[in-house]
Design a protein around this ligand. Structure first.
Ligand SMILES: [Zn+2]
Length: 114
């Protein structure tokens, strides 16, 4: 892809909505999904819908890795929300139970999940 580097720097500092709606993120996300064959890196669950591309090093702390493919992994929604909730009140890993509404692009809505 053609990368406008100064735009990437701006995007890494943008709010979640701007970042996750950007053409650059969508492109990188698609590459990561395909590289992983839409398979969750943690549990192996495979689906073309509802998969989450997760930043291993959080985007807020490491904005320089926001578009770095080795820093990205494919997670199912259960593992991703399990990770988020395990930081809080203990993860519940159950497939088929969607605890959070999912947007059209497969991301959970209304959550700070950088
Ligand atoms: Zn999973």
């Amino acid at each position: 892809m053609i990368v406008n580097y100064s735009r990437l720097i701006l995007l890494t500092k943008a709010d979640n909505k701007t970042f996750y709606n950007s053409k650059e993120w969508r492109t990188v996300r698609e590459i990561v999904l395909r590289q992983n064959n839409y398979r969750c890196t943690l549990c192996g669950f495979t689906s073309k819908k509802g998969m989450v591309v997760d930043h291993i090093k959080p985007r807020k702390k490491y904005p320089e890795f926001a578009f770095d493919i080795p820093n990205l992994r494919c997670l199912c929604n259960s593992c991703h929300s399990g990770l988020s909730s395990s930081l809080g009140r203990g993860g519940d890993h159950t497939h088929g139970v969607i605890k959070k509404p999912i947007g059209e692009d497969g991301f959970p809505l209304g959550e700070d999940w950088s």
